[in-house]
Design a binder for this molecule. Structure first.
Ligand code: NAP
Ligand code: G4F
Length: 334
């Protein structure tokens, strides 16, 4: 049985990747950090199934704690390591730049050093990001497009990206960077713009909320479905040789167009509901992201399955179910 170790297992991608790997017969170990409240909500369905439970185990550790990483890698000796853990919010990285650098940047170094020092033969996946292209030098962006990061988060990801390349070249580690463009799902964190919109719009439809406060509506993103993107991560580690790949849909939409799509499905006019709040603007913005993933298609046979419209529908449907439950609870308590 193959074993995989995932940092960031409690996050959006961690939960989809765990499902994929468990489905393929892997034993999955996930690193979780200690929290004063539960942070395993996205994994609960896997835990409740007694059969699946045996295939996933959570261990305490932190990307800020090199000794925990070395100990985990030394004792588990996984076949594959997926580094998904990060302070992953771009706007927040301007508020806590040092912490973001520590986890999103230095955390990768600690992990790679733990692999090198323990002599672990694991294949390594690094969650690189389209944010690294920042003030884009060309459109669409490919594996050869120069980086121009626009936030502490993106700078930390560039550091991690090149470390991954460097450890591959220096120590012959099978290390890959997946340069993933934005990917969303019903499990997306509620402070990222897509989920913030679908969550608010469905609550507004049921009278649970009045207004939605947003920042820059003109930014354009290449939005795909997280479930499709974790498959690309796995495919990278099954290839004959380690390499770096852009993973994207090849379509781009503005936040405004995302709003149009969501509110149209709910028969609401967002112009009467959305207000612009300067707090959500960033000191430096990434205006346009559009990826070309033809290398991944050619070499890995990967391509996205879910379209933009299907993704929006899926998120609205799921958040409507959530809002309905909330409404029932509210009505009972009134
Ligand atoms: P996410 O939902 O924000 O999950 C981040 C994960 O990192 C969570 O499990 C979190 O744990 C964990 N984490 C945070 N600080 C940590 C620490 N100090 N030590 C160990 N783990 C820590 O992110 P995601 O959307 O799944 O994205 C996964 C990865 O891909 C991230 O590295 C992100 O930067 C990158 N990425 C994402 C996208 C995208 O569009 N989603 C695109 C490109 C790259 P808690 O649950 O305890 O907070
Ligand atoms: O949803 P966002 O916060 O995602 P962003 O900044 O593109 O970052 C995400 O994708 C990256 C891949 O490119 C990942 F690496 C990263 O970890 C994260 O998952 O914002 C998208 C756009 C931005 O231009 C932002 O300015 O939406 C704009 N926006 C407008 N109003 C807003 C809001 N973003 C947020 N979060 N909240 C708003 O109210």
């Amino acid at each position: 049985m193959k074993t995989a170790l995932i940092t960031g297992i409690t996050g959006q991608d961690g939960s989809y990747l765990t499902e994929l790997l468990v489905g393929k017969g892997y034993k999955v170990y996930g690193i979780i950090r200690r929290s004063s409240s539960f942070n395993t909500e996205r994994l609960e369905h896997l835990y409740q199934d007694p059969h699946e439970k045996r295939k996933m185990e959570l261990v305490y550790g932190d990307l800020n704690d090199a000794s925990s990483l070395a100990e985990i890698i030394h004792s588990l000796k996984p076949d594959e390591i997926y580094n998904l853990g990060a302070q992953s919010h771009v706007r927040v990285s301007f508020d806590i730049p040092e912490y973001t650098g520590e986890i999103t940047g230095m955390g990768t170094l600690r992990l790679l050093e733990a692999i090198r020092r323990t002599g672990c033969k694991a294949r390594f996946y690094q969650a690189s990001s389209s944010e690294m292209f920042g003030k884009v030098a060309e459109t669409p962006q490919t594996e050869t497009t120069p980086f121009h990061p626009r936030s502490p988060y993106a700078c930390a990801k560039v550091f991690s990206h090149y470390l991954t390349v460097n450890y591959r070249e220096s120590y012959n580690i099978f290390a890959c960077n997946g340069i993933l463009f934005n990917h969303e799902s019903p499990r997306r964190g509620e402070t990222f713009v897509t989920r913030k919109i679908t969550r608010a719009a469905t609550r507004i439809k049921l009278g649970l909320q009045d207004k939605l406060y947003l920042g820059n509506l003109e930014a354009k993103r290449d939005w795909g479905f997280a479930g499709d993107y974790v498959e690309a991560m796995w495919l990278m580690l099954q290839a004959d040789n380690p390499d770096d790949y852009v993973i994207a849909t090849g379509e781009t939409y503005s936040v405004r167009e995302f709003l149009d799509e969501v509110f149209c499905l709910l028969n609401l006019d967002w112009k009467k509901i959305v207000e612009i709040d300067p707090r959500y603007f960033r000191p430096a913005e990434v205006d346009l992201l559009l990826g070309d993933s033809s290398k991944a298609k050619r070499q890995l046979g990967w391509q996205p399955k879910i379209t933009f419209k299907e993704l929006v529908k899926m998120m609205v449907k799921s958040d409507m179910e959530l809002a309905k439950k909330e409404k029932i609870l509210k009505d009972v308590n009134e």
